[in-house]
Ligand binder design. Sequence first.
Ligand SMILES: NC(=O)C1=CN([C@@H]2O[C@H](COP(=O)(O)OP(=O)(O)OC[C@H]3O[C@@H](n4cnc5c(N)ncnc54)[C@H](O)[C@@H]3O)[C@@H](O)[C@H]2O)C=CC1
Ligand SMILES: O=C(O)CCC(=O)C(=O)O
Length: 536
Amino acid sequence: MDREYRIIVTERIDEAGIQYLKEHAEVDIKYDVPYEELLKIIDEYDAIIVRSVTNVSEELMKAGKKLKVVGRAGNGTDNIDLDAATRLGIIVVNTPEGNIIAAAELTIAHILAISRNLPQANYAAKQKDFRRNRFNGVELYGKTVGIIGLGRIGSLVATRLKAFGMRVIAYDPYISDERFTKFGAEKVENLDDLLRQSDFITIHTPRTPETMGMIGKEELKKVKKGVRIVNCARGGLIDEEALYEALKEGIVAAAALDVFVKEPSYEKERDEDFDNPLLNLDNVIVTPHLGASTVEAQYNVGYSVAKAVIAALNGEITPNVVNMPQLDKEELFAMKPFLNLGEKIGNIYYQVEREPVKKIEINLSGDVAQCRSQFISMSVLKGLLDPVLNERVNFVNAEYVAKSRGIDVVVSSSNEVSDYTNLVKVRFENAKRSLEFAGTVFGKNELRIVNFMGYEVEFAPSEYMLVVKNVDKPGVIGQIGTLLGVSKVNISMMRVSPSKDGKALMVLGIDRGLSRETLSMIKNIEGVENAIMMNL
Ligand SMILES: NC(=O)C1=CN([C@@H]2O[C@H](COP(=O)(O)OP(=O)(O)OC[C@H]3O[C@@H](n4cnc5c(N)ncnc54)[C@H](O)[C@@H]3O)[C@@H](O)[C@H]2O)C=CC1
Ligand SMILES: O=C(O)CCC(=O)C(=O)O
């Protein structure tokens, strides 16, 4: 076990994921736990792992006083209040790629099922009713399918349906023209065009305020009579009441639904509380949110979410954090030492100067200027604010917290040539003065601070450090060394800056924290202007 983390899993995930979690944390499995009960116990947990049913509301996350991570074993995160998670500094991770093949294949299965009446014919045949004339279907070949949302799943559906000889048209106002071409889909400029032309419609957008009910009563007036509709994305994207009416009137010939506005229980043998009139129509086929239910997808999402949650709990930046700008693995690997450096610099300011910061100017030069500067600024903010505030500050909410505290952050990059192949310079401005620090990364991940409050001094940040500003005259260093010796403090490293205005800066790596008395004795040495104990 890494640390004493406790994780609650509220919906079924693959055993491989559970095993991984158990190797690293204490795990409680409470599938289908009622919301009110979860609200009472959530404060015991550092992380929660859910699928699509658990309502991870602001109320729940606020009640989870220790909650650091929400893991979504799957793709859509519409059951998680992402804004609230961001404000609260709770990391939300998902597994966006793990189940897309499964979801696309289920969509194809549904399209085939409603074109050939498979479930109805199967049911009848098992009742020994083999009258095949009741189940005359339609071919996909030569028909037009309209795909709404040509993202990860929509595009997989497009390429598969092309193989059936279908004409594929798609509506997605948020993607480039190249993407339509890449997946062999004709772009339609508006939803109405798609509705008018399609023999089959399949929807693959996320559930957002914009997409909720995007096919409603008005839209269903514009469809081709006899259209067949599939929803393997999210309940409510197609208005359930309007769909019911259109199915009854024969405007929609058939519908296949994997999802509903109100999700049923996926654990009970019979969910008597699930009452949806669509279930009563013969031309509707339904599945219990099976889009991700394949051996492969469940392994993918269960194992990946477990790994991501443990990594996030251990403070690692992981890919697939939903409420943070995305970084791919390679970028993350390249940037990690600079993120550590930024965090150290932010933390150093906090240790040196307890004055609230008004403005931070960050300048990146050399290799680091190629990195996404937003992440470096987030790391500086995290290092600065996390120790100061009662609330948790991490990569997820650092920008939000800084903004809400009126800290202005300006980031620039320069081609300026310096002695270092990369350099992160940070100037902190408070009501009284401004302080400058700079750092670099040697080799793969050797951090060095090279400018400390305007003094050129190069040192590797370590856990306990003593920084002394003194008049540059003989004897001061000796007295400090003696005092530390008497206090049984070992010095592991010492660097002295060149003199500036008759003052020098001495940085010492020491093996433990200093007592107040020792620190105050150092401050009282003649010629010492200031002494700061840092715990990095
Ligand atoms: N049934 C199931 O078990 C599963 C369902 N899903 C659901 O499938 C859906 C799609 O997932 P992905 O393809 O991974 O998402 P994605 O984010 O890759 O693609 C969504 C696409 O929808 C487009 N879009 C957004 N708003 C739109 C609008 N108003 N009109 C037209 N297009 C719009 C976006 O531009 C994007 O290209 C999600 O709702 C997800 O939750 C995903 C996995 C399994
Ligand atoms: O099986 C599940 O948990 C639902 C999958 C899903 O809808 C998603 O990943 O968005």
